[in-house]
Design a protein around this ligand. Sequence first.
Ligand code: 3PG
Length: 385
Amino acid sequence: VRKMTDLELAGKRVLIREDLNVPIKQGRVSSDARIRACLPTIRAALDAGAKVLLMSHLGRPSEGQPDEAFSLAPVAEHLGELLGKPVRLEANYLDNDVEVADGEVVLLENVRFNSGEKKDDEALARAYARLCDIYVMDAFGTAHRAQASTHGVARFAAAACAGPLLAKELEALEKALANPARPMVAIVGGSKVSTKLEVLNALSDKCDQLIVGGGIANTFIAAAGHNVGKSLYEADLLDQAKALMAKVEIPLPSDVVVASEFSEAAEATVKPVDQVADNEMILDIGPDTAARFGDMLKNAGTILWNGPVGVFEIDQFGKGTEALSQAIAASNGFSIAGGGDTLAAIDKYAIEEQVSYISTGGGAFLEYVEGKQLPAVVALENAAS
Ligand code: 3PG
């Protein structure tokens, strides 16, 4: 794959696909991690003398029609503040040439307003390609989508390459997964085994210990023969859980935090894992378990983290996730984290500086870990050959 940093950008129209799909609340960007992550790419292109055009999707609007609620206007404004110069939002770019002055940054309006974007329509991909001399794919978070702005355009652009953020994401994931420093410990949390089955399977081949958390852990606790009361778990996946436990060391909690209801007001009680009552639900790991898992993490050569181990949004069920966050922060191993909830936990426990690499990908991160090829990366490989 060619890299943006290898190409001569001076005076060229450079169209950079970023993932600026960020949460917007009341017309303002409420979390700008993805915007900050692509600043080095934009600055590098500007410093190299490129005429910079950016494009991204935002949310999932109905296709083929502009919708104010999904406009990138708040993103343009926020990005302008971070760059220290206004970013012009351009809505009319498919039939017209877009003029870009030297040093200017232009953001094209939400690509999902264009019919054919999600279908990877060829005419639309050609229209994007016409806007530029060089197409830069930098949107790791959308690299698992084969859409016109992430995939098709790479075929028709005069030149196509990987942006610095995409390259950095792929390097970090490769470092964690291709030849990890041992022992490798993965944490997979979340509510359902069914949505993470492929991730669990792929990691069971790679890691030395696989820590499971949340509703996922409940299914493993049930598979080990314990009563999980009224906890969220998947009764139809007990055999799959047993098969995974036969393949890789999956340490189970010895103590858990339970409550009789799932609410902010619920009272949290610590119990041995074999004493959960029928009217209780497991909402976090207990302190002994957190200490044991924490030791594994502190001694790990590589840590891959996706998903919390408890309902950390509610403080009394967040101590397990907090303890593991601190263990990850204290570890000298290479740590990589990805997925929306994981980033929220990193934020809440303020360990951003201590995690070796925080991915901007949600679905893309998981698909990479599953061992799937990312269509946008394949498109760049094809364009290079
Ligand atoms: C994400 O947030 O995971 C990416 O921006 C992709 O968004 P999508 O799932 O709507 O394609």
